[in-house]
Design a protein around this ligand. Sequence first.
Ligand code: ADP
Length: 398
Amino acid sequence: MSDRVLVINAGSSSLKYSLVDASSGDAVAGGTVERIGEANGILTHRSADGEERSERRVDSHEDALGAVAEAFAKHGPSLEEAELAAIGHRVVHGGDRFADPVLIDDDLVAAVRDLVPLAPLHNPANLEGIEVARRLFPDLPQVAVFDTAFHQTLPEHAYTYAVPRSWREEHRVRRYGFHGTSHAFVSREAARVLGREPQDVNVIVLHLGNGCSAAAVAGGRSVDTSMGMTPLEGLVMGTRSGDLDPALHAHLHRQVGWSLEEIDRVLNRESGLKGMAGENDFRELTRLVDAGDEAARLAFDVYCYRVRKYVGAYYAVLGRVDAVVFTAGVGQHAAPAREASLRGLEGLGIHLDAGRNAATSGREPVVVSADDSPVAVLVVPTNEEWEIARQALTVVRR
Ligand code: ADP
């Protein structure tokens, strides 16, 4: 058997997949199926031979995964010859039940279903992906890797919201945190770049992609994170507001008459950078800032100010910080956002090197702080697929 794992990330209308060599991290092939449930679905398949794109009707996740299997058969590499060790599924919410990856069986499926109320948009789609893959690949071990799992080490005082006990006990209200696979991978990589063992370093990881979250990681364990019960809390994101006054829903509901559904939709889909500047793509936002657009400038400032506040907060949480680590699309590629987020933190021992910061490619891990900076600043590309593949492999080889 090889170390190759087929990683599947099933969303409500899309399915991403990647064939990963879990020992080297090489993505041998991969792609996406978009617009599941529509007549004009799009399949994009990448392999050593290049990229193949086709349009077809994709009625269901079953159809989507069938199309993926066909793409592998037609354009390669052959899944039979790849001798897959496992299929690894990204599952968004593991509640407080799953702190580790788990081999999928009927009980696991039932447990993930039980968690649907905590992630009504994500877990059902993840379940679809799991059930379809079990039908299509009945002989392969399948492993669920939870986005919340890495944060299960948060201490009680960090994950508890100050709400009545009955809310917490009866309705599972607490901070769970997300992007755990990325925070796990990146914090470990950061230790490697520093030439130290993960258990010996304290890092603040800033995952700045479409979704954004910060994590305080002490000795390899997550001790706080900015996303909460849902992914809405914390940093400003592409379309999510992040932190705001929790009384806002009640105010808008009472004073303006909007439904809770509508307010929730706007805070998740129409807020953040998009709400402030009309643009959620950071590259476009930067272009607007450079062109003198006032709204884009304000959005950029609010975004970076929020990051800075969390760096300060997690500095206090950790007591000693060895590195601040930027990752994901914005974190890896937007040098001006890194610079603006850390500006003025020299008093905390955080000294960015402007030249290094501007010169990064974002494709490999680098140090962007000054040589004499007591706290290192790193840019570390995340690789959630590799982390899922690795975790899946540890479960099947146990
Ligand atoms: P996801 O959370 O969907 O995985 P990514 O980690 O790919 O998202 O991050 C997407 C974000 O990264 C987008 O806002 C995109 O504009 C931004 N981004 C990607 N490349 C660059 C770049 N070169 N400069 C600035 N922003 C970038």
